[in-house]
Design a protein around this ligand. Structure first.
Ligand code: SAH
Length: 244
């Protein structure tokens, strides 16, 4: 097989956060596959075909990429942030599992700066101690599992980073998330809302847990919940490196 698939992360939005490795892959590609707004971030040029597709068709997209690679094309599948974080890399391997000769494919995963790390950097160092990342979307897992993980992470003293906090299809869900957190954590725990980080629409907000409201988050927001020691210094939020 002469074709290949590279699954690339475009970072949180700022062009300066696209790695040289990802740029080189896009320069070498014949085809780019991905969700419409991510493909829109790729510069058009002669010899490059863009294949934007709608949300929630990840497996179709992955199979399309594999088929094109098998036909000799050089395909970049784009994700925002990092492709391995709630994104296309895992979808590609799910599609690969159904192929008779998975080892015949030339596949590479090119990391990117995930929204969690870009948001944390803009806030200070809220993930300076142990933390976990939770996808609040219940498209691919039951709500009961999300609730269980929220409670256990809170009880474990982890700082938490939430992806996909809100969707039009799940009105009221983030309200429930806040309720669960308030049952498990102290009122003065800090919660940060980092929206559209590294883009012109960026907005950062940090409040106490008892002041947080669901409308502080939307689908372009990373929510970062501090641990019991997370504190403010000047305009920064940080979690000390030590814990008792
Ligand atoms: N693979 C992506 C995450 C995809 S899930 C990554 O690694 O970043 C999509 C969610 O990521 C959004 O709902 C939002 O919670 C978060 N997100 C993506 N880009 C963001 C940005 N620039 N600022 C804040 N949150 C962002």
């Amino acid at each position: 097989m002469t074709g290949w698939v590279k699954v690339a992360g475009l970072g949180p939005g700022d062009a300066a956060m696209v790695t040289d490795q990802v740029r080189a892959a896009l320069d070498a590609a014949t085809d780019v596959v991905g969700y419409i707004p991510y493909v829109a971030r790729v510069t058009e040029r002669p010899g490059l075909t863009l294949h934007p597709s709608d949300n929630r068709v990840e497996l179709d997209r992955a199979n399309h990429a594999l088929d094109m690679a098998a036909a000799g094309r050089r395909v970049v599948v784009v994700s925002s942030g990092d492709p391995g974080v709630f994104a296309m890399a895992a979808a590609l391997f799910e599609a690969l599992e159904d192929r008779p000769a998975p080892e015949a494919f030339d596949i590479e995963i090119l990391p990117g700066i995930t929204a969690m790390l870009a948001a944390a950097a803009r806030l200070g160092a809220p993930l300076g101690h142990d933390f976990c990342a939770i996808n609040l979307s219940d498209n691919l897992k039951p709500w009961a599992l999300i609730e269980k993980r929220l409670r256990l992470a809170a009880q474990g003293g982890f700082a938490m980073a939430f992806y996909n906090p809100r969707a039009a299809s799940r009105p009221g869900r983030f309200e429930e998330v806040l309720k669960i957190l308030r049952q498990e954590l102290a009122d003065d725990v800090l919660i940060s809302f980092a929206r559209a980080v590294t883009t012109p629409e960026e907005r950062l907000l940090t409040v106490r847990l008892d002041e947080a409201t669901a409308d502080m988050a939307d689908m372009r927001t990373m929510v970062i919940v501090g641990n019991a020691d997370t504190r403010q210094v000047g305009r920064w939020i940080y979690s000390p490196r030590r814990a008792e």
